[in-house]
Ligand binder design. Sequence first.
Ligand code: SAM
Length: 314
Amino acid sequence: MTDRSAGAADAYGTRDPDALARRAGTRANPDNDQHFLVDDRVLDRLPTYLPADADRSHLLEVGGGAGALTDRLLAAVGAGGAAAGDSDDDTSNAAEGGPVGRVTVIERDPPFAAFLREEFAAAVDAGTLTVLEGDALEVELPDFTACVANLPYGISSEIAFRLLPRKKSLVLTFQAEFADRMVASAGESEYGRLSVSAQHYANVEVVERIPKEAFDPQPAVESAVVRCTPRDPDYEVGDEAFFLRFVKALFTQRRKTVRNAIRNTAHISGLDAPDAVVDAVDEDLLGRRPGTLDPSAFAALAELAREHGSPAEA
Ligand SMILES: C[S@@+](CC[C@H](N)C(=O)[O-])C[C@H]1O[C@@H](n2cnc3c(N)ncnc32)[C@H](O)[C@@H]1O
């Protein structure tokens, strides 16, 4: 059974998500990707997974729900909340006596967005919390310095690809199977477009697996927390949109050779002259399968393709 007694005292007096949802005049609906974290130990740990040197001055949360994580993020920036203040792992600005930071939370469901504004009214009034009501795939993202979120799994891929190019530290929950694909290495069966694209931008690690019981309502599958620490790519690409399209294209033919994959997927990558690319690529590389190329080899190949293949604009 989930131990809800672990962790610090609660800012709102209860962490029962049903009670919170009733106060918000709504209920958590799994059809809206509303699986709320109810295990205090997991909630307390999430902000502590940020890299030690991450800039915590403006934290972004995607999908605030009933605010259990929002509360911890406010504590982590030294702007109130009850999270992890007595933990040895505490890396909050407040613990370091640093300046108070801010939190922006995006929430699509109007009753929960209204609830967050009301529940954290003091922080909203003080300018330390902004509640953006809307779809995280559509709203203009603020100038955040790091993101910690228990994501709506229905938009895992799209939101990951919105956040990763911003090159900030990210601590995100995903379905475990998705997380495993993000961290997979070249040659592994889970290795694919997601692994190459994510690892191009960041060092990507699974830092914790979360059982279904930590959520209410429970999701169908196990989850995992992924930390993305931005890094300078081993190989710079001149056109990131083309790079991502090229990776996507080649993985539609993962069992073919690189030679055939380049030729067969020009309509996806947008290459006007795939044969010119093949002529420019090393013979050894042409004989390999896309799933055996590590992210830097992919980036180098994409640059050659861009140089020789006259890719059209997306
Ligand atoms: C998995 S719950 C997490 C809630 C809370 N942060 C927690 O950890 O308990 C995901 C939240 O994202 C919201 N959501 C779903 N799709 C969204 C979208 N496209 N944009 C913004 N929020 C979304 C849901 O309403 C829900 O509150």
